[in-house]
Design a protein around this ligand. Sequence first.
Ligand SMILES: NC(=O)C1=CN([C@@H]2O[C@H](COP(=O)(O)OP(=O)(O)OC[C@H]3O[C@@H](n4cnc5c(N)ncnc54)[C@H](O)[C@@H]3O)[C@@H](O)[C@H]2O)C=CC1
Ligand SMILES: O=C(O)C(=O)Cc1ccc(O)cc1
Length: 301
Amino acid sequence: MMALAHVTIVGLGLIGSSIARAVQERLPDVTVTGHDASSEVRAAARTLGFCDVVADDPAAAVAKADLVILAVPVGRMADAAVAIAPGLRADAIISDVGSSKRGVADALGQALPGHLVIPAHPVAGTENSGPAAGFATLFEGRWCIVTPPAGAPDEGVAAVTGFWQALGAKVETMDAAHHDMVLAMTSHLPHLIAYTIVGTASEFEEVTESEVIKYSAGGFRDFTRIAASDPVMWRDVFLANRDAVLETLQRFNEDLTVLQQAIRRGDGAKLEDWFTRTRAIRRSIIEQGQDDAAPDFGRKH
Ligand SMILES: NC(=O)C1=CN([C@@H]2O[C@H](COP(=O)(O)OP(=O)(O)OC[C@H]3O[C@@H](n4cnc5c(N)ncnc54)[C@H](O)[C@@H]3O)[C@@H](O)[C@H]2O)C=CC1
Ligand SMILES: O=C(O)C(=O)Cc1ccc(O)cc1
């Protein structure tokens, strides 16, 4: 990997602080500077000590950086890029960790003309947010998808790829539009379903709130974990990846109608066939040792 001496992380929440902690543990020779727009988060970062330096000013934070990683909600990427622009070295690589890629890549390209932008998405996280929620092992054995723009220089892609591998991630590259379609299905739609079902349950007149809590040891409990994910982050993901999410939602609704019809008609064979197929999918994921990792995204560039 290209020698990285100095990495700056902008946004010191779950993902930014996890990157900083992982660099401290795995790349001890790399200096980490952090910046966050929130003074409370900057104060927490100083107390927690996962950065070598926490800078109050975004442009000053990036002045020495070989690599800058933007770890802010996808709707804030453009603001964050504009704020660091005056301080960037001409040869710095700018990357991000946003959960959707096409809109972010466009926004960063526009905000940072002439700079090398290589977006990425570590497909690893939790329902928690903030600087105290991060941990150094978050990316170990998990996928990180790098979405280089057309014509991106190999050295830049290799630097971002090598960085994530050094943090323990497995790296795949694909174009941003393909990323957004795959993640709409495997991550964004499941979050939307969880937000829906937990909201629906809480409004269901016959089920009191205490019963929702009492009986949530079943499948519902898994949905409540996902539905506890950060509201601002996920608001931005759905707004940014609107087209791909609506496309997958359309297919999901059609399939839901098929199952609804099977239940109404008493078509047990249809239900059993469907559930047998999904059980086989889960079992093959486990056999491939991928139950804790992203599915095979298939397309390599
Ligand atoms: N939470 C998760 O599980 C995952 C999140 N991501 C992506 O990572 C990014 C960050 O998410 P989290 O770390 O979970 O969020 P978080 O809410 O824990 O942290 C975001 C931080 O960004 C700061 N911030 C907001 N606007 C800013 C600006 N203009 N300049 C500087 N700082 C600013 C906030 O003060 C906050 O501390 C998002 O784009 C999200 O889509 C990617 C993979 C997993
Ligand atoms: O907590 C979970 O189950 C997640 O799905 C975490 C997550 C959230 C957003 C991402 O872009 C990637 C991973």
